[in-house]
Design a protein around this ligand. Structure first.
Ligand code: DC
Length: 221
């Protein structure tokens, strides 16, 4: 049986940590689809295209090669740090709102899973659009304060100093854009389990998701 674990939620909800932990425990690969949208946004900015121009963004998305693993490669160039910088973070919600861009990346996300016969996939629309038949779907949330603190810690680890209020405002701005867009808005699938990770350890959440996957596999026989 091919196992697909869909992990969705807003920025700072703990998706990446939980996705990595679940993938390690189950011996699966993990795909960070946010990094794919960020890499396309990096290419749009590098080429001087307008992030609001859907056709131009989709054309670029079709042309570039994006490889998301330990490092993120854009046409073979390492953009792992650049895609977390303020320029890309500021434009990624605009670029990812175009349905033409999304359809290019959704096809690649499905191909990635097909090649491996399964995997753990994290993003915003994995349980709703990309893999509606996923083995297990979770939608992670956390309080605004906790999410801002986590994002600030990520920024500090990347040697970028930001105020927690600034991070909180940016999260609210992106949440609004990601949730209100017409194409595949950020939303929990009706059959996803919502998990509030505020005050819970990563291990606790990872163990819970792993148990759910094992139970689903056992049930399928
Ligand atoms: O997870 P992240 O913050 O790196 O994602 C960056 C942006 O990409 C996010 O603001 C919305 C977009 N995104 C998306 O639209 N669909 C996904 N499956 C993943 C990310």
């Amino acid at each position: 049986m091919s196992i697909v674990v869909a992990i969705d939620g807003p920025s700072g909800s703990g998706k990446s940590t939980v996705a990595r932990g679940v993938a390690d425990a189950l011996g699966l690969d993990v795909l960070d689809t946010g990094a794919m949208y960020r890499a396309i946004t990096q290419a749009v900015l590098a080429r001087g295209a307008d992030p609001h121009d859907a056709a131009a963004c989709a054309q670029i998305a079709r042309e570039v090669a994006v490889d998301v693993g330990e490092r993120v490669l854009l046409d073979g160039i390492d953009v792992t740090s650049a895609i977390r910088g303020p320029e890309v973070t500021g434009a990624v919600s605009t670029v990812s709102a175009h349905s033409e861009v999304r359809s290019v990346l959704v096809d690649r996300q499905r191909a990635w899973v097909d090649q491996r016969g399964g995997g753990v996939v994290e993003g915003r629309d994995i349980g709703t659009v990309v893999f509606p038949q996923a083995t297990v779907k979770v939608f992670l949330t956390a309080s605004g304060d906790e999410r801002a603190r986590r994002r600030q810690r990520d920024e500090q680890e990347a040697q970028r100093e930001v105020e927690v209020d600034e991070v909180r405002d940016d999260l609210a701005r992106r949440d609004h854009l990601d949730s209100s867009r017409e194409a595949s808005p950020l939303r929990a699938a009706p059959d996803a389990e919502s998990i509030d990770t505020t005050g819970r350890s990563a291990t606790e959440v990872i163990d819970h998701v792993v148990q759910r996957v094992r139970a689903a596999v056992a049930e399928a026989g």
